[in-house]
Design a protein around this ligand. Structure first.
Ligand SMILES: Cc1cc2nc3c(=O)[nH]c(=O)nc-3n(C[C@H](O)[C@H](O)[C@H](O)COP(=O)(O)OP(=O)(O)OC[C@H]3O[C@@H](n4cnc5c(N)ncnc54)[C@H](O)[C@@H]3O)c2cc1C
Length: 297
């Protein structure tokens, strides 16, 4: 198995949820810890770049503020110093049924135990039988920035969009990603359109600090005025809001009524479970705030 900072994998090994025969330390690959900013606004972030590096790197903070803010929102300083961007994207869901080894679909059972159980922190938009959410903050920022990932394996290198990377959630219930055997994320690639504009990340948590998002939001008004909005804590992969909502926000001149209507439209397809309906309200509150910030340019 690929090893990044080990902050998730070593815990999984201690709890015997992961039993790798061999660990491959990706941090030793030449260039894996490099951040390369290109003149056109695009960038390449090696898979072993630490979350703390993304927070502290001046070029990342000034060009891709939403990513720096999302990396800063991860857990604790210790996690950010050890955790890598590749490992953060590849970390496993935090669902308590899955992590406790109970016979849920991810652990080989026939049903998602959260669907009719303790589902306070589970998904509003569910692509497959599992109702867990992806725990990553950076994934939400990378979604609005329309990042892609470079995948490396024995056969060479290929590029995937984030939605293609996490398409596995719908088809392969045992994992979340569409990686083949021996493949790993070797880099995260940001397109030129990701740089600058008005971009930010906001995170709601049950506790004030050191917690996963109940719901989070990243937003980007690009320099060409296009708008991208993504939500975290609502799906097992990246979740971008309806493009018709983004287009209406991009048009601008929004009053309170249209902001209310747009935030409701964005959540139209949400399917709350018994205990997580509050997430719809949280998402709408974050979206209303974001729309005002984006409208102000
Ligand atoms: C208490 C606690 C609080 C946390 N809070 C947050 C939070 O608020 N927000 C948040 O986003 N995260 C949070 N996390 C998760 C933390 O950010 C992840 O554990 C960390 O980012 C994983 O990175 P890593 O490099 O340590 O991965 P590792 O533990 O090394 O690996 C994790 C998994 O990814 C695989 N992997 C690693 N690198 C790659 C790669 N390049 N390609 C493919 N697969 C790979 C490994 O095989 C393993 O399955 C928290 C974790 C803990 C323990």
């Amino acid at each position: 198995m690929p090893l990044g900072g080990g902050t998730d994998l070593l815990v999984a090994m201690k709890e015997e949820r992961a039993r790798p025969e061999t660990l491959v330390d990706l941090r030793r690959i030449p260039g894996a810890r490099d951040i390369t900013l290109n003149d056109d606004g695009s960038a390449r972030i090696g898979c072993a770049v630490r979350l703390a590096d993304l927070v502290e790197h001046e070029g990342i903070a000034s060009r891709y503020a939403s990513l720096a803010q999302a990396a800063a929102a991860v857990g604790t300083p210790q996690l950010r110093v050890m955790g890598t961007i590749g490992g953060n994207l590849a970390q496993r869901p935090r669902c308590w049924y899955f992590r406790s080894g109970l016979p849920c679909v991810k652990n080989g059972g026939s049903d998602c135990l959260a669907a009719k159980g303790e589902n306070h922190y589970h998904a509003l938009f569910t692509p497959g039988p599992c109702h867990a959410v992806h725990p990553s903050d950076p994934l939400v920022a990378l979604t609005v920035l329309e990042a892609s990932v470079e995948i490396t394996g024995a056969a060479g290198t290929r590029l995937l969009t984030l939605s293609a990377l996490f398409d596995g959630a719908a088809h392969n219930v045992q994992g979340e990603m569409t990686l083949g055997a021996g493949e790993f994320i070797s880099a995260v690639l940001l397109p030129a359109t990701a740089a600058g504009g008005n971009q930010f990340y906001e995170k709601l948590m049950q506790r004030g600090a050191w917690d996963f998002a109940t719901v989070s939001l990243a937003a980007h008004r690009r320099t060409d005025d296009a708008v991208r909005i993504a939500l975290g804590g609502v799906s097992l992969g990246p979740y971008r809001v309806n493009t018709s909502v983004e287009e209406d926000v991009a048009t601008g001149g929004l009053d309170d009524d249209s902001i209310d209507a747009l935030s409701e439209r964005a959540m139209y397809d949400a399917q709350p479970l018994e205990h997580n309906g509050y997430k719809v309200w949280q998402a709408q509150a974050l979206m209303k705030r974001a729309m005002r910030r984006l409208d102000a340019r």
